[in-house]
Design a binder for this molecule. Structure first.
Ligand code: VGL
Ligand code: ZN
Length: 297
């Protein structure tokens, strides 16, 4: 696949005229393909064998991510780290069943700690209590500076241009690498959107952990910010495979109605091919690891 096919309609990307043409001055009509790779939360706590919130097969996606990082066309390679204070609102250990905010099943559980993965809590915007949403509670994970918050050593950080920390405000959950889900007003912003725009990025590829939480939220926000957005399926793993399948199905339905949306693609597909104009060698494309991958590709 030539670079031109990555850019020109009928393109695999449906690149819009405005973004296709660099016509700020109204002069130069040049196609743009300036991809960035976002490597989300490849941290010990999200990986087997010891992670407190280990995602099955989480470590096994690293060879493929390292391969993607070698693309000569990437203009920016960003890694994110979930980076929570010990009193973070998403930790079940910071909530009790007696809290009216914490949803629970049984009266006898009142006063006992909330249950990771099971209990939920309602989070209010600290600047506007009328804005709220309900979210799942987790085991303590990625506590800033702890071994569990470290990027896994298998990840080739020498290729990363910028490491962003997110989820640092104890009062809000922040799955997305861009900002928290509150809008009136927004509570925290990592500066990622500005960073991508400054680098004149046009396409955003998202990989890492976990598919159904931080990867997905990050991809949705990248799309919302106006970037052509792709999730590389084999370079992510979900906390809940079933939920991830549901998310993908909804996306297909959206596509049928003509929405563009976030694409979920295979590493063998054209979109990843666009990152490797010289070809992606079988060795370079190795995705071997602990488990899973063999049957997936
Ligand atoms: C994540 C749950 C809690 C993620 C972060 O990186 O997907 N999931 N915090
Ligand atoms: Zn977290």
């Amino acid at each position: 696949m030539g670079l031109l096919e990555c850019l020109m309609p009928p393109s695999i990307f449906n690149v819009s005229q405005t973004r296709l043409l660099d016509n700020e001055q109204g002069a130069q009509l040049e196609p743009q393909f300036r991809p960035a790779l976002l490597v989300v939360d490849m941290q010990e706590d999200f990986c087997p064998p010891n992670g407190s919130l280990a995602v099955a097969g989480g470590r096994s996606i690293t060879p493929l991510i390292n391969t993607l990082l070698t693309s000569p066309l990437l203009v920016l390679r960003v890694a994110t780290k979930d980076w929570h204070p010990p009193n973070h609102i998403s930790f079940a250990s910071n909530h009790q069943h007696s809290s009216p905010e914490t949803s629970t099943c049984c009266p006898e559980s009142i006063g006992t700690p909330a249950i990771p993965f099971v209990s939920t809590t309602t989070i209010h915007n600290p600047h506007n209590p009328s804005e709220s949403y309900t979210t799942r509670l987790w085991p303590p994970h990625c506590i800033a500076g702890s071994p569990g918050a470290a990027l896994i050593p298998e990840l080739d950080v020498s290729k990363i241009d910028k490491i962003l920390e997110k989820g640092t405000d104890p009062r809000v959950e922040m799955y997305s690498a861009f900002y928290d889900p509150f809008v009136s007003p927004r509570v925290s912003d990592s500066g990622l959107a500005d960073m991508l725009r400054e680098a004149k990025v046009t396409h955003v590829y998202v990989v890492g952990l976990a598919a159904d939480y931080c990867v997905w939220s990050t991809a949705m926000d990248a799309h919302k910010e106006g970037f052509e957005t792709v999730v590389v399926e084999e370079a992510t793993r979900a906390v809940d495979e079933e939920a991830w399948r549901g998310v993908k199905e909804r996306l297909v339905a959206e596509g049928k109605e003509g929405g563009i949306g976030v694409k979920v693609v295979s590493w063998q597909g054209e979109e990843v091919g666009c990152l490797f104009p010289g070809g992606l060698t079988p060795k370079g494309a190795s995705v071997g690891g602990e488990d899973v991958v063999e049957e997936k590709i």
